[in-house]
Each structure stands twice: as structure tokens, then as C-alpha cells.
Ligand binder design. Structure first.
Ligand code: ATP
Ligand code: MG
Length: 258
């Protein structure tokens, strides 16, 4: 049975999608069967893996969730794409924002994604869900479906307020929808090693949340090498093998496995 990990932070642009892609491919390189689910109507994960026009894809997460919501009999693997670097991808596009509205009045609205993932999780070792920057119904669905949450946190801003909201949401989901949910850890992204700022923020998070939330030892450096691969539809391992960003993601992968 695959482990389901939600990659979540309602703050935008903190590196969620970059972590999802490179952790996903990293796990595939370690021999794991990985499904990446794009749970963001922006379709950034979809686009950054080379499916450059997400809105032209006709079968996406929105399609399968609507079918699950309406109790339609589906082939759950239908719509899953196979990327050249060994990961499977369930894409998303703008239709997901319509679905999010439709969910509000649906029965079992918080567990539609969970119901879908239950149909495919025995095909995978790990299912990673790349969340959108909000704590709305899609993110609640991802948290309800997940065993673990990884929280990417940009090292360049003070995330304390946002983290409090996120923790409160996770605690609520845990209480009402998903008792087994656990926070796997915060991963510091976009770290500039030339400043102490990242260290200070990590220290603040540690002193604020230390006992409750782990922080991964690996931090992802700030580098164009992390940003460039998405234009090529590949991971950083392919774009710049052996570079410091590729090595950092390989280390993060080992920590997640370990
Ligand atoms: P959103 O909230 O919009 O979904 P996100 O949290 O998924 O954003 P990303 O899309 O992964 O964040 O990253 C935001 C931007 O920063 C992108 O342009 C990405 O290429 C770039 N970026 C990500 N990681 C790094 C890094 N380590 N160093 C430099 N740039 C990065
Ligand atoms: Mg994203």
C-alpha cells in the first residue's frame, strides 16, 4: 500500500511544486513507484514536467474527482501520464477551480480525493500530492487523504503566522477526518548560504514548534538550477546532475525514505 504525502503550505511560491517534482523523481531514482498528483488549478506541476499546456489536457484530477463525486464507475488509471524520468503524473488544470466550488455542496466533500487515491494506492509505493497555495477544500481533501504532510518553507520570509494557521488546519483535519495524519516535517527551501537568515528562521521554527514538528536536516539552496528545469520539463537531476541542488534533493529523498 502506497504512502500518501501531501506537500502543503498556503503561502504561495515557497517551493512546494519544486519539492514535489524533485522529491518524486528522487524517490523513483531510488526504485520507488511514484505517483505525483497535481492538486493546483494553476497546473504548475503538470507544466513543469513538460505538459506545457495543462488546459488542453482533457482528463485531469478534476475529471476523476467529478466522476468519483458522482459515483461513476471509472478505470482509476485512466488519465495518469507516464513521465520519461520514471514517475507517473495525474495532471491538473483550471478545471480544478470549478471542481473546488462544486465540492462545497457535495456529500463527503472532504474525502473525494481520498476515495480516488484508495482506488490506486496499491499500484504505488508513494503518492505525492502537490497542493495549491490555500487552505481551501482541495487542500483539505489532500490532508484528509494523506498519511504525512511535508511543509516547504521559504527561508527568506518569516512564516510563523502562516504556520500557525496551517498547524490549526492540520489539527482539525486530524481530529475530524484523518486520525493517522502526521506532520513529517518542514523543509527549508531557497536557502541562501551566504546569509545567516535561514539559520535564524530555522531556529525560530525550532523554538516555536520544535517538539511538535520536525525540520529536515537537508535544506534546498537558492539557485537558478532549481528554477530552470521546469522550463525543460525535467527534474534537477537531469538538468544539472551532481550539482548542489540535485544533491540536496537526493539527500532530502534519503531523509524521507529513512
Ligand atoms: P505556488 O504556491 O504558486 O504553488 P510553490 O510553493 O509551488 O508555488 P514553486 O513553484 O516550486 O513554489 O517555486 C516558486 C518559484 O521559485 C518558481 O519559479 C521556482 O522555479 C522557483 N524556485 C523554487 N525553488 C527554488 C530554489 N531552491 N531556488 C531558486 N528558485 C526556486
Ligand atoms: Mg506550486
Amino acid at each position: 500500500m502506497g504512502k500518501v504525502i501531501a506537500i502543503t503550505n498556503q503561502k504561495g511560491g515557497v517551493g512546494k511544486t519544486t519539492v514535489a517534482v524533485n522529491l518524486g523523481v528522487g524517490l523513483a531514482r531510488e526504485g520507488k513507484k511514484v505517483l505525483l498528483i497535481d492538486a493546483d488549478p494553476q497546473g504548475s506541476l503538470t507544466a513543469s514536467l513538460g505538459y506545457v499546456e495543462p488546459d488542453d489536457i482533457n482528463r485531469t484530477l478534476a475529471t476523476v474527482m467529478i466522476e468519483v463525486m458522482n459515483d461513476v464507475d471509472i478505470d482509476p488509471m485512466d488519465g495518469i501520464l507516464h513521465h520519461a524520468e520514471g514517475v507517473d503524473v495525474l495532471p491538473a488544470n483550471i478545471e480544478l477551480s470549478g471542481l473546488e466550488v462544486a465540492l462545497v455542496n457535495a456529500m463527503s466533500r472532504e474525502v473525494i480525493l481520498k476515495l480516488y487515491i484508495e482506488m490506486i494506492r496499491d499500484q504505488y509505493d508513494v503518492v505525492l500530492v502537490d497542493c495549491m497555495p490555500s487552505l481551501g477544500m482541495m487542500t483539505i481533501n489532500a490532508l484528509a487523504a494523506a498519511d504525512e504532510v511535508i511543509i516547504p518553507c521559504s527561508a527568506s520570509y518569516l512564516p510563523v503566522k502562516g504556520l500557525e494557521q496551517l498547524m490549526a488546519t492540520i489539527i482539525k483535519v486530524k481530529k475530524h477526518l484523518n486520525r493517522k495524519l502526521r506532520i513529517r516535517g518542514i523543509v527549508m527551501t531557497m536557502t541562501d548560504f551566504r546569509t545567516n537568515y535561514a539559520k535564524d528562521i530555522a531556529e525560530m521554527i525550532r523554538s516555536g514548534y520544535g517538539s511538535k514538528v520536525g525540520i529536515f536536516k537537508t535544506t534546498i539552496p537558492f539557485s537558478v538550477k532549481a528554477a530552470e528545469p521546469s522550463a525543460e520539463g525535467v527534474s534537477v537531476y537531469k538538468h544539472c546532475p551532481g550539482g548542489k541542488v540535485a544533491n540536496a534533493f537526493a539527500d532530502l529523498t534519503k531523509e524521507v525514505l529513512g
